[in-house]
Design a protein around this ligand. Structure first.
Ligand SMILES: [Zn+2]
Ligand SMILES: [Zn+2]
Length: 113
């Protein structure tokens, strides 16, 4: 004689489920099936989607023509300005150096006044 599977009624969806697959409802008023308890129906571990492909390091660039600042994972010689399409791209260091030069130029300008 086969052993009868003990089932219980889920208090949420009223489905008959094996008692072993049930959990006590958060309300404590009864038992629910695993899906109703917000659990996966089976114990098996779902493969956790791992982001193995790490996005490349974003590099900061500034367009030498329109000064549009953007970041890209590509190398400086492989990027074009997303705004004007220029290939005259400055890296962050270059652009800050450029900004400093600009600053100096501006200062000189004002000094001349
Ligand atoms: Zn249920
Ligand atoms: Zn540009």
């Amino acid at each position: 004689m086969e052993q009868e599977e003990i089932t219980g009624k889920c208090i949420r969806c009223y489905k008959l489920v094996p008692i072993l697959e049930m959990v006590v409802d958060a309300s404590g008023k009864g038992m629910t099936c695993r899906p109703c308890a917000g659990l996966s129906p089976e114990e098996k571990k779902e493969p956790v989607p791992t982001k193995k492909k790490e996005p490349g390091k974003q590099l900061r660039y500034t367009c030498g023509d329109c000064k549009f600042a953007f970041s890209s994972v590509r190398q400086a010689n492989d990027v074009t300005c997303g705004y004007c399409g220029s290939r005259n791209i400055l890296t962050e260091r270059e652009s800050s150096a450029q900004a400093m030069l600009d600053d100096v130029a501006k200062r000189r300008f004002s000094d001349d006044e």
